[in-house]
Design a protein around this ligand. Structure first.
Ligand SMILES: NC(=O)c1ccc[n+]([C@@H]2O[C@H](COP(=O)([O-])OP(=O)(O)OC[C@H]3O[C@@H](n4cnc5c(N)ncnc54)[C@H](OP(=O)(O)O)[C@@H]3O)[C@@H](O)[C@H]2O)c1
Length: 324
């Protein structure tokens, strides 16, 4: 089978298309013929050695992949050859086939195409678990989403809206803000042109935001700390700006603020049951037309390096997917 392989840690152009031998299945494992695979900012961190999970080299990246079950090992109970699934892989998705244990795969609705399925699990799963389990977002609260035109940001806008929050989107371009508006944001702030702190105070009538979902870090995080409401919750999702902020503890004390860490992938190890239940719920929302993953661009598998560069260089909007 063909795969995009990283043999040396580095930038996206470290990825090379190679012929890789398929390995036999161990008991409980499933082989999936990949049709589409999600491109994530985190893939760039993993192949540069900056990600929290550090698989050995050579490495095939890819945190999610959608396709058809082509083989099941003895002991597999819930899946059969021909099932259409999405895989919650920890790596390996940038390939024509992927092998993981059966509980890492979920069946997808008959009407969900593979490109949508590949754009679904990581971003919507992160937003769902982040906003419900971690931040305890309630209907009627104000939710700020930074990087709201990016993959996880846009999903958080939709999930927040579905949960009944008033969503304030912040992003660095007018086009990304229009996208966020079309996916449910009520207020738009362009942090490349406007004073983020000032505008957040204006939009919340000086009260501040109840929940802030931050995949950007840096200046966006610093402004967030200043405009979070009393008993507000600030979710640390990522540092797309390249800057992991330092947190002055006195700010937390004064306003009874929770700073909440979020690593969706951590639930694969610590609570896979809840992670799967979270995705099942979002699939129900998808069937009802309440969330609509936006796929900004697709690339062929062989162009994975360009696809990943497109994401990290801030040109992408919504999700980027590799067609395999
Ligand atoms: N904690 C978790 O479980 C989890 C899950 C998913 C993702 N993440 C993290 O969340 C972050 C975003 O992931 P994603 O897949 O949504 O990526 P993405 O689609 O590239 O979105 C990131 C957004 O960040 C903004 N940004 C601001 N400064 C940037 C910079 N210097 N370079 C690049 N982007 C910049 C960009 O929006 P503007 O151009 O509008 O500023 C971009 O749309 C990453 O750090 C990723 O690792 C974490």
């Amino acid at each position: 089978m063909r795969a995009m392989v990283c043999r040396h840690l580095g930038a996206p152009d470290a990825l090379r298309l190679e012929e890789v031998e398929s390995r036999p299945l161990n008991p409980g494992e499933v082989r999936v013929w990949v049709k589409a695979t999600g491109v994530n900012f985190a893939d760039s961190l993993m192949i540069s050695g900056a990600y929290q999970v550090k698989p050995p080299l050579p490495l095939i990246p890819g945190l999610e992949a959608a396709g058809v079950v082509s083989e099941v090992a003895p002991g597999v109970k819930t899946l059969a050859v021909g099932d259409r699934v999405v895989g919650l892989t920890s790596w390996g998705g940038y390939a024509e086939e992927v092998v993981w244990t059966e509980e890492r795969f979920l069946k997808i609705p008959e009407t969900m195409d593979f490109t949508t399925a590949a754009a679904f699990s990581l971003t919507y799963g992160t937003s769902h678990i982040g906003l419900i389990r971690r931040a305890r977002l309630k209907a009627g609260e104000t939710l700020v989403v930074h990087g709201a035109g990016g993959a996880v940001g846009l999903a958080a806008v939709e999930v927040g809206k579905k949960l009944g929050a008033t969503v304030i989107a912040s992003a660095g371009s007018a086009a990304k803000l229009v996208l966020a508006r079309d996916h449910g944001a009520s207020h738009l702030i362009n942090y490349a042109e406007e004073d983020l702190k000032q505008r957040l105070l204006e939009v919340t009538n000086g009260r501040g935001a109840d929940v802030i979902f931050d995949p950007v870090g840096g200046a966006a995080f610093q402004a967030s700390l200043k405009v979070i409401a009393f008993e507000g919750r600030l979710i640390v999702v990522g540092f797309a700006s390249g800057e992991a902020p330092r947190i002055p503890a006195n700010h937390l004390l004064v306003k009874n603020v929770d700073i909440i860490g979020l690593f969706w992938g951590g639930y694969k190890r610590h609570d896979l049951k809840d992670l799967r239940a979270s995705l099942e719920e979002i699939m129900t929302w998808w069937r009802a037309g309440e969330v609509k993953p936006y796929i900004g661009r697709t690339f062929p598998l062989a162009e994975a390096a360009s696809a990943l560069d497109y994401v990290v260089s801030r040109r992408s909007a919504g999700k980027v997917v590799l067609k395999v």
